[in-house]
Every structure is written in C-alpha cells, then in structure tokens.
Design a protein around this ligand. Structure first.
Ligand code: 8NA
Ligand code: MG
Ligand code: MG
Ligand code: MG
Length: 355
C-alpha cells in the first residue's frame, strides 16, 4: 500500500482546526439556520472588487476565529508524540494539564477539569487514576477523547497500534468505554481516510468490522448495559449510517434522532463519520462551489449542538481524505494559529515516514 503524502497530513490538521474554529461560533445552539451559516462564511472570503488601502488583493480577514479545547488538546497530543517519537502517557497527561493551567478558558467540558487539577498535583503517581475516578468511578463518556485523537493515526500506520494508542490516549481523561471507544472509532476513520480513494461502502464496512471487534470485550458490554444501551452501540450506529447512505435524502430530524449532536462520544462520533460520508455527494442545500471538505464542515455545523467538536472530527477525516487542496486559504487564515497547524502537520509527516 503506498504511503499517504504530506498533503493529507496538512489537510487533516487544517480540517480539524477549521471545524473547531468555525463550529465554535455556533456551539451549543439547538438550531443553526443554514442561510445564517452561509452568510457568516461569506464574511470570511476575500472581499470582491479592489482591495482597501493597505490590504493585499484577495486577502482574507486574518486569524479572527479562536480555537477551543478541541484544538488545545489536539495540539498537546501532537506535541507529545513529536517530543517522545511515540505515545508516552506521562508526558501526554502532563501536557494536557499544563495547557489547561496556562489557558483554562478554552471551553473545556465541565467535568474534565477535575482530571487536570488532579494531574497537576505532585501526589499523582498514576496518570490514569484521575480519569477512573470521574462520575463515581464510572468514567466519562464525553467526546473529549475522540475530538483530539487525530495525532495517533498520523503517527502509527498499523491498525492495531491505532486502536491501542487511541484507547490509551483517551483513557487519560475518559475511562468509560463509551468515551474511549468513540476515540478508537474516530482514530480508525482518520486512519482509513489517510489511505484515500476508499469508496463510502468500503470505508464503512471496514469501520463496522473493526468496531464489532472493539466493542465485544467485557468492559464495553458492561458499560453499555449499565447505561441502558443495547450491545455494540457504536457498531449499531454505523449500520444505521449505512441505511441512511442508501436513501436518496435523509431529513435533519432523522439524523439528530438516530445519531445525535451531543457531547457524548456515542452521540457525536458517528454523526461526524456520517457527515463525512454523506458529503462525498453534492447537497441540494449547500452551494456547489464549496469543496467536499467545506461541505462536510458546513453540514456538521448546520446540525447544531456540539458543532465545534463534530465539525473538528469530520474536518480531520475529510482533510485526511481529500488533502489540503480542498481548503481555501481564506478559511484557513481566518483561524487562530493556522501556521502552527501547518508546521505540526509537516513534523508529523516526518515522524510517520521515520517510523
Ligand atoms: P467531560 O468529561 O467533562 O464530559 C462532558 C460532559 O458529558 C460532562 O460534563 C457530563 O455532562 C457528561 N458526561 C460524561 N460522562 C458522564 C457520565 N459517566 N455520567 C454522566 N454524565 C457524563 O468533557 P469532554 O472533554 O468529554 O467534553 C468535551 C466537550 O465539552 C466538547 O464538546 C468540548 O467542546 C466541550 N464543550 C461543549 C459544549 C457544548 O455545549 N456542546 C460547550 C462547552 C464545551
Ligand atoms: Mg470545544
Ligand atoms: Mg464542543
Ligand atoms: Mg496550506
């Protein structure tokens, strides 16, 4: 199998950054009206006509959109992998906690900040312990492990390594299997997207076959039953996606009912994957001049709810699949720290090639 090129690495991290920065503008709204979203996006594009005084022709509004916890934590994952040249739980945990201490107001989940506070204590000698103590020992099932995981499939090319280290990286904050299995699913989606050119059907079949294996272990079965879910809940939602993709149109209400737009990994990771696969085709409601990657991010945000996190996950998958060519510079330049994302992507590509 040929190695993916550097454009996929840049696409992945730029897509993730865009999803977070654009999605954050609409985060938590139960309804996002598409005309409002499209009008907001037009404001990012270079103004038509002659440039204003002191402005280069075609230049965008630069770095006006801030990133949130999704990107802050993704960067810690990437920086740890780059510093250690492999997954190192102590180093990664330290970076999460130090980053939180430096900039606590990035919009972190309500409960995860307790993990950071415990990790910062000199008394902490097992970095997985604070996450296990969350929610009276049940662990978090939030989407925080999944939203930041792209660095794992950008480091490891072997699928067993992708599963193993996606799980461990998520377990630093998310000890419930409904949290870390969401991270495994998101990591597998980026892994498959990096291979490129897979059809929707093959992409989904491979995810289903991996997740049926991942979700068959005792803890996954116990955790799902304890929360009142059926067995293999991620696999079941992937099969629902397959049904959706076979229909000529699927109303937003059905997507929200079956897949969701929430902060639980189970109510957001499948939604991101569905959005990516659905947006391989044109959408009658989204102007045709947008690329597939732009369409993916627009569609995610139009669903409302946890828009930044769903769009960052779908953006990472779409960026890995389509490459940086589908990202217009005006969009990218609207995001805080976009140049650092490019540098991180190039360093990750180097690491991937060396391993
Ligand atoms: P987390 O571990 O704090 O989980 C997020 C939330 O999920 C918790 O605060 C709980 O409400 C709920 N939750 C998780 N596990 C359990 C459980 N076992 N029992 C009961 N409730 C539970 O943080 P995280 O890192 O997973 O969160 C990530 C999300 O929060 C991202 O969307 C991120 O952007 C952020 N965020 C979301 C919103 C929003 O309204 N969508 C707003 C601000 C921040
Ligand atoms: Mg966020
Ligand atoms: Mg969010
Ligand atoms: Mg670029």
């Amino acid at each position: 199998r040929p190695r993916p090129g550097p454009g996929r690495f840049r696409g992945c991290l730029a897509g993730a950054l865009l999803g977070d920065c654009l999605g954050a503008v609409f985060e938590g709204r139960s309804v996002v009206k598409l005309p409002d979203l499209l009008s907001f996006l037009r404001g990012l594009e270079p103004a038509p006509g002659p440039p204003e005084e002191g402005e280069a022709a075609g230049s965008a509004r630069r770095e006006t959109l801030s990133y949130t916890d999704d990107t802050a934590m993704s960067r810690s994952v990437l920086q740890s992998l780059l510093a250690k040249r492999e997954f190192d739980e102590v180093d990664m945990a330290k970076r999460f906690a130090e980053e939180y201490k430096k900039e606590p107001n990035r919009g972190y989940g309500m409960a995860v900040v307790n993990v950071f506070k415990k990790l910062l204590s000199p008394k902490c000698n097992d970095v997985f312990e604070p996450a296990r103590a969350q929610f009276n020992g049940k662990g978090s099932y939030g989407n925080g492990g999944a939203m930041r995981v792209a660095g794992i499939p950008l480091t490891y090319s072997d699928v067993q390594d992708v599963k193993k280290f996606a799980k461990l990286s998520a377990e630093l904050t998310h000890a419930n299997s409904l949290g870390y299995n969401g991270a495994i699913l998101q990591a597998l989606a980026v892994h498959l997207a990096l291979q490129g050119e897979l059809s929707k059907e093959t992409f989904l079949e491979q995810l289903i076959s991996h997740m049926e294996d991942v979700e068959a272990d005792d803890k996954s079965l116990t955790d799902a039953r304890a929360l009142g879910f059926e067995d293999l809940p991620f696999s079941r939602r992937l099969k629902k996606i397959k049904e959706f993709l076979e229909l000529s149109s699927v109303p937003k209400a059905d997507v929200l009912f079956e897949l969701g737009n929430g902060i639980a990994a189970l109510r957001s990771v499948p939604t991101a994957i569905y959005s990516f696969l659905r947006c391989m085709e044109a959408d009658p409601d989204i102007p045709a001049h947008y690329s597939n990657l732009q369409r993916t991010i627009i569609y995610c945000i139009s669903l409302g709810g946890d828009t930044d996190t769903i769009a960052t996950m779908a953006g990472a998958i779409a960026g890995a699949y389509y490459g940086e060519e589908q990202i217009p510079p005006s969009w990218e330049q609207s995001c805080e720290a976009f140049q650092e994302a490019q540098k991180l992507a190039d360093s990750m590509y180097e690491l991937y090639c060396q391993r």
